[in-house]
Design a protein around this ligand. Structure first.
Ligand SMILES: NC(=O)c1ccc[n+]([C@@H]2O[C@H](COP(=O)([O-])OP(=O)(O)OC[C@H]3O[C@@H](n4cnc5c(N)ncnc54)[C@H](O)[C@@H]3O)[C@@H](O)[C@H]2O)c1
Length: 383
């Protein structure tokens, strides 16, 4: 098995510096490049603060902080990465800019150097196509904050050699991560399966069935989720969450199942992005208390059951379409977005026939393709 000791990171934003921290903690030498040198310097300063907090909490020794920092070197050009074993790109989410940087870096590094992207939404296969040797290209998708979230999705391009998936899987285990393997399709695993958590909640709100606080309360109280959908969208940022939804919708050739919501678009357009702008679905200035949620048990159950049935249907459909195996789908949702249980197992617990009935009854009401039941879910019932 080849060793990856010299790691190049391109982009020193929140993801780039997080990945640099992970690799340097695992004793790799890290070269960090950003087109804006001030961003790299700023990122190292932030990392120093993070490490000091870890010392205060007793999680690392001061000597570990020193070694983590000394393992990372800021470089001023890509030529300095010529001896890298693995390069992970975490720059702006723009396909053309990413392709330009990869064709550039390919002419600098050795033939054995693996090239990887941390993209959340761009096709790995399409990025690989800009290379002379696309076999060495792979998606390594970390979650934010990268040092804390255990899940990493490995996404081979159509062109990627089989061995590389195994090698990156092994590397990520030594980096203390929980890797899963995903097919190169829109949203990979997590950003595909999680869509109904947001979209069905928004739909319930738009149909005036319940307000934000009640929907959030239902998902936490009955479902055991740590955050409700609206709290989570405010945390992620409505602009970011809307952009992901829109890009997944387009990438699925406008499949109604992934249709974005006007409400979220308007919140995003208004600049009501959530916590970072002090206003989203909730107000974060002056600690204004949100409306109290309804305690109507029947309503809370109705909200939870509608959203969980849609999530289970999406997870089973991802299994049906071979996006990932069952174990990885379950791991992805529990370790990538902290769901209280794996969704397929949740379906088993509630019974697959209950899920089919729930989705079919939604279809009966709306006659929209959005509420189509996965063929695998029906098969599981007849088994
Ligand atoms: N933020 C998240 O939650 C998250 C999660 C998973 C994956 N991602 C993906 O990771 C990537 C980076 O996201 P981020 O949130 O860290 O972005 P960011 O905006 O925080 O940082 C991007 C950095 O890249 C630099 N940059 C831009 N163009 C460059 C170029 N041509 N060469 C060198 N440096 C360049 C910028 O100066 C900036 O410092 C994106 O592809 C994003 O989709 C983000």
């Amino acid at each position: 098995m080849r060793s990856f000791k010299n790691i190049g990171i391109i982009g020193a934003g929140s993801m780039g510096i997080g990945i640099a921290q992970i690799a340097s903690t695992a004793d790799c030498s890290v070269l960090l490049f950003d087109q804006n040198k001030a961003a790299s310097i700023q990122a190292i300063k932030k990392l120093e603060k993070v490490l000091l907090r870890l010392i205060e909490k007793g999680k690392i020794k001061p000597s570990k902080k020193d070694s983590i920092l000394s393992n990372i070197k800021i470089v001023e050009n890509l030529d300095s990465m010529k001896d890298a074993d693995l390069i992970i790109e975490a720059i702006v989410e723009n396909s053309n800019i990413k392709k330009e940087i990869f064709s550039n870096i390919e002419s600098i590094v050795g033939d054995d150097c693996v090239l990887a992207t941390n993209t959340s939404s761009i096709s790995i296969t399409s990025l690989a196509s800009c290379l002379k040797n696309p076999n060495r290209f792979i998606g390594i998708h970390f979650f934010n904050p990268a040092p804390i979230m255990p899940l990493v999705e490995i996404i081979p391009a159509l062109q990627t050699t089989n061995n590389l998936v195994r090698e990156i899987h092994q590397l990520l285990i030594t980096w203390n991560k929980k890797p899963v393997v995903a097919k190169d399709t829109p949203g990979f695993i997590v950003n595909r399966i999680a869509r109904p958590f947001y979209s069905e909640a928004l739909r319930i709100y738009e149909e005036q069935i319940a307000d934000f606080a009640t929907i959030d309360f239902a998902m936490k109280q009955i479902g055991g989720f740590k955050m409700g959908p609206f709290e989570l969208m405010d945390f992620i940022g409505n602009d970011v969450n809307y952009a992901v939804t829109e890009s997944v919708f387009k990438a699925f050739y406008y499949d109604p199942r992934y249709k974005p919501s006007f409400t979220q678009k308007q919140y995003s357009d208004a600049g009501w992005h959530g916590r970072k702008s002090n206003k989203g679905y909730y107000d974060y200035v002056d600690n204004i208390a949100p409306n109290s949620p309804s305690k109507d048990e029947k309503l809370l159950v109705e909200i939870f059951e509608r959203i969980i049935a849609m999530l289970i249907n999406e997870a089973v459909d991802a299994l049906y379409l071979g996006i990932a195996n069952e174990e990885d789908i379950e791991l992805a949702m529990t370790k990538g977005v902290n769901y209280p249980k794996g969704l397929i197992n949740w379906g088993r617990e509630k019974s697959f026939s209950w899920v089919v009935d729930k989705i079919d009854s939604l279809y009966e009401i709306y006659h929209e393709d959005r509420y189509r039941c996965s063929p695998l879910l029906r098969k599981k019932v007849t088994k």
